[in-house]
Design a protein around this ligand. Structure first.
Ligand code: BMA
Length: 316
């Protein structure tokens, strides 16, 4: 049985797997959990990240406003399903990720500069006051995802270099920092391999520490005659040298099938950005953007996912 190395979360949102369902990741039956109606000025609310906070949860949400500018908004919830979003934004940009390291909450996001996108880094203790750090790289990059603890004394950030447009390529790399200011020791992590992810891959939620290594959910993109299709895959990275991929599922774990994933501002997008975990039960709740329009929720357990990855392992 694979185990999560982390805290317990008694109030993790949860639904049992529907009987007869054969795949390792299943959807919440109340999806989508956040829609454009959650905020007065929103055109859409999607690729967003959440963490446990106080006796409930806090989050950073990608909101495309009615001018179609992209902003990050904070929000709070008692149950991680019903969210109150704040009526103002904290940063411009998109696709936030969030993790806690030693009582401080770190936000990484796609920050807009005149020369192209970079990875912004900021932290907070209370989701009110934010401290912004140096950008983690020069343009152009997206999908910056921090590991939830230092590894061998250094912060580690997954990153996906790209172009200024919709980027028809993309590999995952990582880099190290002692101080969140100077980044180096760049390492290649992985490229697309199978058809479902053939165009590009990018890290998703904060990696989850397990006794098998780091469980990394990621998005992979296929180009069809109708455009891009975004699905979710999973890999296990080495605990101490996380650029080494130990296992990797050859097929997606979640792909656009439901109407809210197939129809929206950008059709056929499943874009995972966060996961809540409960170390006691091994439960994992995954938050993903659906069709660039809303936020949806899916469930798995560490054991089911690790077992699936190993049974469909393209590293073998
Ligand atoms: C990517 C990012 C994501 C988005 C996806 C699909 O390049 O911009 O925010 O969900 O495209 O449009």
């Amino acid at each position: 049985m694979a185990k999560i190395i982390g805290k317990s979360m008694k109030n993790i949102p949860w639904q049992e797997k529907p009987s007869g369902y054969e795949y390792p990741v299943w959807r919440y039956d109340g999806n989508p959990v956040i829609t454009r109606d959650n905020l007065r000025f929103a055109n859409s609310i999607f690729n967003s990240a959440v963490v446990p906070y106080g006796d409930g949860f806090a989050g950073v949400f990608r909101v495309d406003i009615r001018t179609r500018d992209q902003v990050i908004v904070t929000g709070f919830s008692k149950d991680a399903i019903n969210w109150e979003l704040e009526d103002k934004y904290i940063f411009e940009g998109y696709d936030p990720r969030l993790c806690e390291i030693d009582g401080e909450y770190y936000l990484t996001w796609v920050k807009l500069t005149p020369q192209g996108t970079v990875i912004g880094v900021a932290s907070t203790k209370d989701f009110r006051q934010w401290r912004e750090y140096e950008d983690a790289c020069y343009p152009v990059a997206r999908n910056g995802v921090l590991f939830p603890r230092k590894i061998n004394g250094e912060y580690v950030l997954l990153v996906r270099p790209c172009d200024r447009g919709h980027t028809p390529y993309g590999d995952i790399f990582l880099m190290h920092s002692k101080d969140l200011t100077y980044w180096g020791r760049h390492r290649f992590v992985m490229s697309p391999v199978k058809n479902w992810e053939m165009t590009k891959v990018g890290a998703g939620p904060t990696p989850i520490e397990t006794d098998e290594g780091w469980l990394m959910f990621y998005h992979g993109v296929l180009t069809s005659c109708n455009g891009f299709t975004y699905s979710m895959g999973a890999a296990i990275l080495d605990k101490d040298e996380p650029w080494k991929v130990l296992h990797r599922a050859d097929s997606f774990l979640l792909a656009p099938h439901e109407l809210y994933e197939c129809v929206g501002d950008v059709p056929n997008v499943v874009f995972p950005c966060a996961a809540l975990t409960d170390a006691d039960t091994g439960r994992i709740a995954i938050y993903y953007g659906a069709a660039d329009t809303s936020v949806a929720l899916a469930f798995t357990t560490v054991d089911e996912t690790v077992e699936y990855i190993k049974a469909h392992d393209l590293m073998k």
